[in-house]
Structure formats: C-alpha cells, structure tokens
Ligand binder design. Sequence first.
Ligand SMILES: *Cc1c(COP(=O)(O)O)cnc(C)c1O
Length: 367
Amino acid sequence: MSVPMLDMKAQYATIKTEVDAAVAEVLEMQHFRGGPITEAFERELAAFSEVAHARGVSSGTDALLVMFRAAGIQPGDEVITTPFTFFATGGALVNAGAVPVFADIEPDTLNMDPERVRELITPKTRAIVVVHIFGQSANMDAFMALAAEHGLMLFEDNAQSLGARWKGMRTGSIGYGAGVSFYPTKNLGGAGEGGAILTNDDKLAENVELFRCHGSPAQYEHIVVGYNSHLHAMQAAILRVKLRHLEAWNAARRAVAAEYNRLLADVAEITLPYDHGMGEHVWHQYVLRMPRRNDCVKIFKEREIGHGVFYPKGLHQQTCFQGITKAGPCPETERACKEVLALPIYPELNPAQQAEVVAAIKDHLSA
Ligand SMILES: *Cc1c(COP(=O)(O)O)cnc(C)c1O
C-alpha cells in the first residue's frame, strides 16, 4: 500500500460543495482583484490570527518581501534569521536589499536559538526574523526581550504555523509583522499561490497596501517603487471556506502526530519531534531524526511512501548566498540536515497508512 505525503484530493472531497459554490460566486461576480470577497477573507484571517490587520498578496514569499519593504528595511541592513528554513525567508531579505545573518538553531525544537542571535547583533542589525518551523512557535519571550533590548524590529515567518500559539498568543500576532503562505501544501492551502501579511500596527498595514500596489496611494500617483502583488478573489473565496475548517484540521494533525509518537516511542535509535508544550503546535510537518537517514529514504521510495527531507542544506550553505550573507557557526543546523526525515502528515491520514509508514522505519532500522 503506497502512502502519499499529502492527499489534497481527499481533503477536497470533504468540502467540495462549499468550495464549488464559493468559486461559482466569484465567477458570477466577475470581480477578480481585490473587492468584497478578498476583503472579507482579510477580515476573517485577521480575526482568526488575533491581529488588527491582514493584507493579502500573491504568495508567502511576496508577503515577506512586501512586509520588509513596507517596514523600511534599507539596503545594507543586517537581519538575523535562521538557516534552517525554506529558501524564501532568506531570498526575500536579499531581494529587499538586506544582508541576512544566519544564527544557529536549538537542537531539540529546530527553531532559531535566541542565544546564538544575541552573539550576532551588531550596530548594523535592524531586525530579527523568526520562523516557527514545522508549525511550532519559536521562543517568543526570548526574541521579544532581545528585540526590545536592542531596538530591533521583530518579524515572524508564519508560513508553516497558521493557528499555532505561544503561551496563548497566536503566532503571527506577537511581533511587528508576520508573513503567511497559502501555497497549496500549507496547513491552509489555496488553489495556487497566495499569501498575507499580519500586523497590529496601523502604519505598517497602510504601508503594505502602498507597496503591494506599485507604491500608489491614488490612481497614477506613485510615491515609492513597490510591487504588483495581490490575493485574488478566487483564492480568497476558497480560503474563506477552508479557514472555517482550519482549527479542526490542525487538531487532526495533532492526533496524527500523537499516534506517530506512540507508535515510535519504543524505537531507541529515533529522536522524536520535540514539543516544548508552551503553546499549540500545528504540525505542518512531523520531522524526526535518525541515523542513516538516506538509507531509510531508499526504503520509503521502494515502498512508495511519501517523505521529505526538510532541509537537506542550511541557507548559509546555499550557493547563491555566498558572499552576500553572513553567518555564525551553525553546527546544529548542519547536523540536523543530515538526520531529519519528515513523515506523511495531514488531517485525512488514517491508522492503516500510519502503520505502513512506521513499519518501513522499523524495517530500515533492523536491516
Ligand atoms: C512556504 C514558505 C514560504 C514561502 O511561501 P510561498 O507561498 O511558497 O511563497 C516562506 N517561508 C517558509 C518558512 C515557508 O515554509
């Protein structure tokens, strides 16, 4: 029995009538860019995320780029972030003119380590970008304290963690601004690319509106050079439907994670994902660590079991960043890159499928 990494058709089957009606409504309306449906979604997303403002853009990558520009990140500003993340976190910083400075991670949570960040702060440092990796909040108490102490902006990359919490607060509502992604495989995935910026700051929200629309406060007036980046009504209509199910889906992911933890608890060679228990984890990925990871990947491939290596390389090791970024020593990141393996996790994953995944791991370890 093959097991997919993600089963989007299974999810669609559970909400088809709602989604199809929402799409039909947009087609009847013929209002595709901005408009009442996009604005309604922005309000609902802000309410869900417990922030004052949400503003849609074309992707999670654009959310970060537009947010950094709107916040006034200037060419040459140093911005400290994690090397253990998807490329976009670093790429958006470079495209905003900043110099990413990579700080190593905590070996247990795989989130950026506040102590490593502290060591890299210089007079050129303007901001910190925290990524809540795999759906679990970073240590926001420590990062808020660091940012306040040094007068830095604190941003959250909330692409993998929509719905998560840190001590009762939603991730994405804690820093100055946050980026969200609606890439189809994210916990809240659209039917194509999409993203949003979250903030409690009125001025930042206003600047985001400016930057997402060619720096134009009024038609044919342009006061800064911005972007053309919008969340389209078709995406917003589908995301409105799916947002209503997100809490239940995230709870289902937690149940899947708990079941993997139970099934793998007695396997000595494996390090299970660490849950710090300081808030709700939304399990965008279930990532464990194991010896001879690459051999296990071979077995998964033979048996057609979905898996992922997030991430095989730290951003500080990426070719395109050499010479234009900085980094502290990153031994924990480099060790994690050799050991991590992501297992299939999604709300519709069933016990028989999970048993299949676990059998493959046990067969690998006994080989
Ligand atoms: C997915 C992701 C992004 C980028 O989002 P896109 O919508 O794919 O552009 C940024 N940061 C992280 C951590 C992500 O996982």
